[in-house]
Each structure stands twice: as C-alpha cells, then as structure tokens.
Ligand binder design. Structure first.
Ligand code: ADP
Length: 664
C-alpha cells in the first residue's frame, strides 16, 4: 500500500474519503466556524484556516510545516503521536478522545478545553487527516455551573432533612412531592408513605379558615402563616405553627407550595395551663377585694421600708380622707394630702412611731396602737392601728413585689368608742366632784367622833363601836383618795391639769416620803440610796410627791410578805435627767399583762388573786404626770420575783417639755 492509495480498511468500513485538490480547498476551509487543521501522515501541518489563527494565536506561516504537537500542551505530545499512527492505519470520521478532556494550547502558552473531530481526506490524491477543533470553554463553564447547582440543591434537601420542623412540598393539587425527616418524626408517616398523598387528607388538617381562602392568599401574596391542628399517624392531635410559601412558573401559575410546620402543642398546653392559673388567681383576687371592700375598717397592704401601698380596701380612703395611690410611699401620701398623725395623748407622732412604718421597717407587730388622724379637711379621726409584718413563706426568700417586706395594716375607726369614753369621763368627773363635799363632811364627823371620844368628851364607847368608827374613817379615806384620783384623771383627760414647777430637791423629797410611809408598815424596810446630798429637778413638787408616794405605796402593797423596798436616785448628766428607781421583791406583774398596766382601771390578775385592793388608776396618773414633766416612766418586773419602776425627771429647765415623749 503506497502513499496516496486508499487503504482497504477505509474502503471496507466506510465510504471512501473525500478527495480534493489543495488548489481549491481554501474557500471551503474558511467558511467553517471551527479551526480546521490538515496534517499529513507524519503529523505535520499542511493547511490551516483563518479560524485556526484566531483560536491558537499563530500566523498561518508559523504553523505550516510544523508538527501538529505545536497546538497541544507538552504532556500530551507522546500519546498523540501514537494516536496518529493508529488513526492513519484505520482512518474514518470520528470524534477524538471520547471521555477525555482534550486541551488545546495557544501560542501564548494558555490552555483551553477543545472538542475535536477527525476526518480522513484525500488531498491531491494523498491521505491526510482533517481535524476540526472547537473551543468549548464557554460550554464547559455552563456545565460546571449546572453541576454546582445540582450539588446545591442536594445540599438544601439535606438541610431540610436536618431541620426539626416538618417540611414538605406539594403540587397545586396538594400531592406531596417532598417530605423531610422532620415530617416523618412529627407525623409518624414515612417519606415513602407520604409521597403522592394529599397532605391535608393524610393529616386530617383542621384549618382556621377554609382552605380556599388560604390558597387564594398564597396565590396573591405568595405566602400564608397560621395555626393548624393536625392528626398524627397514631391518631393523636398536634398543633403546629404553619408557614406556606408558593412557587410560580414563568407564566405566574402556582407550581408548588412548601409548607413548614413547627410543633407548638406543648407550648399551647402550657399557655392554657398558665391562663387557667391566671384566671383563677384573678378571680380569687377579685373575691378577696370584694370581701375587703365590704369591711368597715381600713385594711391595706404596704411593702418596703417606705411603706408603699400594694393594695387597699374601699374604707381605707374614707379613713384617711384621701386616695392613697398604689406604690406611693406612705410619708409622701401623708405630706401631699396634709395629713398628720397624733398619739393617744394628742401629741404629734414621729414617723418612726407610726405603726405601719414600724411593721415594715423593723418587722414589729403592733397591736391596737391608738392614733388620731388629722385629715385633709381638718377633721380628726381616732383609730386603733394594728400592723402585722407578713411572715415569710417557706421556700421564698422575701415577700413583696420587689422582694421587700410586706405588712398588713388595719385601721379601726374608734370615734364611737371615744365619744362613749368622753361621756363616761364627764360623768365620772361630775360624780367625783359631787362626792367631794359629802365625803369631806363624813370625814370631818368621823374624825370629830374619834377625837372627842379619845378626850372623853362623850359617853365611853364599847370596843366594837370604837372599831366601827375606825373602819368608817379608813373607808372614808379610801373614798377620798378614789375621788381625788378620778378628778385627776378627768383633769388630765381635759388638759386642765397644770404643773406648778419649782426647783425641787428630789433627794430630800424621797427621804421624807420614805420616812412617812415607813410608819405605815413594820414588815417592810424602806431604804433610800443615793450618792447625792441634793438633786434639783425642775418639777411640780406636789405632783412628784404624788408619783413617788404611789410607786413606793405600790411596792409596799404588792409585797404582802414584806421585805426590802429600795429607792435609788442618781444623775444622768449626758441626758440632763435625774433617775429614780423603786424596787421591791413582791408578787411582780405577769408578763402577759405588762403592756396594758399603765391603762386606766387596769389591774393585774395576780394582784386581785392576792386580794389586794386598788382602782387601777394610780399608774396611769403617774405616767401622765411624769410625761407632762418631760420625763419617762417604765418598769421591769417578773412575777413572784419583784418589780422595779424607773422614772426620769428633768434636772434643768426642759425645752422639750411640750414635745411628745419618745419610748424609753
Ligand atoms: P392599783 O390601785 O390597783 O394599785 P395602780 O395603777 O397603781 O393601781 O397599779 C395598777 C396595777 O399594776 C396594780 O393593780 C397591780 O396589778 C400592778 N402593780 C403596780 N405596782 C406593782 C408592784 N410594785 N408590784 C406588782 N404589781 C404592781
């Protein structure tokens, strides 16, 4: 087989290669959009078209006669030579390098993807090969992009499956075309079971409005959100927060709807439970408020050291004569409304004495403290105030909205009681006053009888007559004392008791009273202890004598078995007072009754049990008298052990005498 002869195999397998002369081939080569390269059996370039120059960047003259390998990267040279050998031994039209990524090499060394088809060609009667080379860079770029898109879609599907939400996609007829693992988990239907089913039939979906309305909204807005009730495979109900997104084709027709459903069953259950608790609490509060409003006393709750109002019943506003607003501190409320508080004696109270502030500030329980409220209009309302700090509940650190202390306060209007008391005082005053004259006469006549009999100015009396006369005198003395006490009480109540102050040596006074009272008893020993020869106080001597006589008298009276009564006097320079104590070892005062012992007509049970007579007025009068001097009176006592009464009196002229006393 010589050069230029058509090989047998070519003739057998296909039609004979086209034959053309090099003289007239050029016009054909140049109309091709591909780069056309004709090589001879040795692989040398014989002809190229203009497109080859454009694609590879060589001038035609640089290519002709050169080996075809010039247009390939170095790494393909060897393989290419052997391919060419094989091709020329069995030439036929075919694409080259199927399944391989063929690469061309430009003059500037850059490479680019190509597709090549090979055609045998008889040029001037000799077998050549015509290669049509196409630059496929653009095509490859598109393919790469598609591949990336496909990968992205796969990734998205994987992500949807990772989501805990149930996600499914359905066509316009609601047939499921995608069903993620979240949907499998939530509904119990496997992907294979769900695909192709009508989703709302499968899930027995209950819509908040009818489906057509929802679909119309998706068609219009492209989305919908709402709450659905659906049924799981096991028949249980699930509440979901549902989001629908519609996808349309180029013509604007809906193609698919993606539905994302989040299980909110538990959340809804909790919300319902919470709502029920809230409703119950609200109902209870309303009921409590109604009960409180029906009560005639002012009842309110305060919190924090400033006693801010938490809750008040209706009567609270009428007690104060003003509306106290929630969260307002007590002092601010009082100041803005011009309300003032006074104690039982009518002295203005200091805030630290207010029952309410004591309860929240110091956790004190105050029971039935007498206060008078001067209201915005100027009217005065006597009240009994009880303030109770509310106990901490187990498990909670503190109470109140801000974790602060809370106190319950009750204001009981005692106007009616006060009026009755006033009338009683009036009555007692009148009676006592009216008793004075007849008692004076009785006392005078009894005295006269005793004195004249002793002087033998009349008939001799039998012993029983003599005793009866002495009993009469004693009883009359008691009656006189009682009426004096009653009159003192009415004077104190009416503010008619005036002090005649004068510098008074209380040491001398105490010694005189002790000596006098010592004559009335043999079972007791009265001692006066002091380092001072004189302690001069600015007091009404008659009234201080009355107080000391009462205290030492009580020490004797309430020590029925006798014993030592010690009167001690000393000076407290720092506070400018003289202090006097009266100590006994008698029956003492039971702890439970100590708080009331300064009240009027108040007597301890043990005193009555011992058969010791008394009126229960003495200590009340003593405290009033001492306090009007600007001093204080208090005691320490233990039942069956004894009592010590203390009092202070001002040494120098007391500037503060018109001010209220503070607690000892
Ligand atoms: P009374 O006329 O009853 O003595 P007071 O007002 O002087 O009235 O005293 C009131 C009560 O206080 C007495 O009834 C008694 O129970 C109690 N009391 C007063 N002083 C003493 C005391 N030294 N020891 C025990 N109890 C006392």
């Amino acid at each position: 087989m010589s050069d230029g002869q058509v090989p047998q195999s070519v003739a057998d397998s296909s039609a004979a290669p086209p034959s053309i002369s090099s003289a007239n081939i050029h016009p054909f080569l140049d109309i091709s959009p591909d780069a056309l390269v004709i090589v001879d059996r040795n692989g040398n370039i014989v002809l190229v078209n203009g497109q080859t120059e454009a694609v590879f960047g060589y001038a035609r003259s640089e290519l002709l006669g050169q080996p075809l390998e010039l247009l390939l990267p170095q790494r393909f040279h060897a393989a290419h030579a052997s391919h060419r050998e094989r091709y020329f031994s069995a030439p036929r039209t075919r694409p080259m390098g199927i399944g391989l990524n063929l690469v061309g090499r430009r003059k500037d060394g850059t490479e680019f993807p190509v597709e090549i088809s090979l055609n045998p060609l008889l040029l001037d009667g000799t077998l050549h090969a015509l290669g049509a080379v196409r630059d496929v860079s653009a095509q490859r770029a598109v393919e790469r992009e598609r591949l990336q898109q496909a990968q992205q879609i796969r990734l998205q599907a994987d992500l949807l499956n990772l989501a805990h939400d149930a996600i499914f996609v359905r066509d316009p007829a609601s047939r499921v075309s995608f069903w993620n693992s979240g949907a499998e988990e939530l509904y119990g239907w496997a992907e294979q079971e769900a695909l192709g089913r009508v989703s709302h039939v499968l899930l027995k979906t209950r819509f908040p409005v009818d489906l057509a309305t929802i679909e119309a909204q998706v068609a219009h807005d492209g989305q919908w959100e709402g709450e659905l009730a659906q049924t799981r495979r096991d028949g249980s109900t699930v509440i979901v927060e549902s989001r629908w997104a519609g996808v349309r084709d180029e013509q604007g027709h809906p193609t698919t709807i993606m539905e994302i459903n989040r299980d909110i069953t538990r959340r809804r259950e909790l919300e319902q439970a919470e709502h029920a608790v809230y409703a119950e609490t609200a109902a209870r509060l309303t009921f409590m408020q109604q009960v409180l409003d029906a009560l005639p006393s002012g009842i309110y709750l305060v919190y924090g050291r400033e006693a801010r109002l938490l809750l008040a019943n209706r009567a609270t506003a009428s007690v104060w004569g003003a509306q106290w607003s929630t969260d307002q501190p007590m002092l601010e409320f009082l100041a803005t409304n011009g309300i003032a508080l006074f104690d039982a004696q009518g002295y203005p109270m200091q805030p630290e004495q207010y029952a309410t502030l004591r309860a929240v500030g110091r956790g004190e329980t105050v029971l039935q403290q007498q206060e008078a409220i001067r209201r915005p209009g100027g009217s005065s309302l006597p009240v009994l105030v009880s303030a109770l700090p509310l106990l901490q509940q187990p498990g909670t650190d503190q109470l109140g909205p801000l974790g602060e202390a809370v106190a319950l306060v009750v204001h009981q209007d005692v106007t009616a009681l006060k009026e009755a008391e006033y009338l009683k005082d009036e009555f007692v005053g009148i009676v006592a006053h009216e008793l004075r004259t007849p008692l004076a006469a009785l006392r005078g006549f009894a005295d006269m009888l005793l004195v004249q009999t002793a002087r033998r100015r009349g008939p001799k009396l039998a012993d029983w007559q003599q005793e009866a006369l002495e009993e009469i005198e004693l009883a009359v003395k008691r009656l006189v004392d009682l009426t004096e006490e009653l009159l003192d009480v009415t004077r104190l109540q009416a503010g008619r008791l005036l002090l005649q102050r004068a510098p008074t040596n209380v040491v001398t006074l105490a010694r005189r009273i002790a000596t006098f009272l010592q004559q009335t008893t043999t079972r007791h020993q009265i001692e006066v202890h002091t380092e001072h020869a004189s302690l001069v106080a600015d007091v009404d001597p008659g009234r201080v004598e009355q107080v000391l006589t009462n205290l030492i008298g009580n020490a004797i009276k309430y020590s029925p078995q006798g014993g030592l009564v010690t009167v001690t006097l000393w000076e407290e320079a720092a506070t400018g007072v003289v202090k006097i104590s009266v100590q006994d070892h008698g029956i003492g005062i039971p702890g439970s009754q100590q708080a009331q012992i300064f009240g009027r007509f108040t007597r301890a049970d043990n005193a009555q049990a011992w058969g010791i007579s008394g009126t229960g007025l003495g200590l009340y009068i003593c405290r009033e008298l001492v306090e009007r001097h600007g001093g204080q009176l208090w005691f320490e006592s233990r039942e069956n052990v004894g009592s010590t009464f203390f009092m202070t009196l001002p040494i120098v002229a007391n500037q503060k005498s018109s001010e209220p006393p503070s607690s000892p």
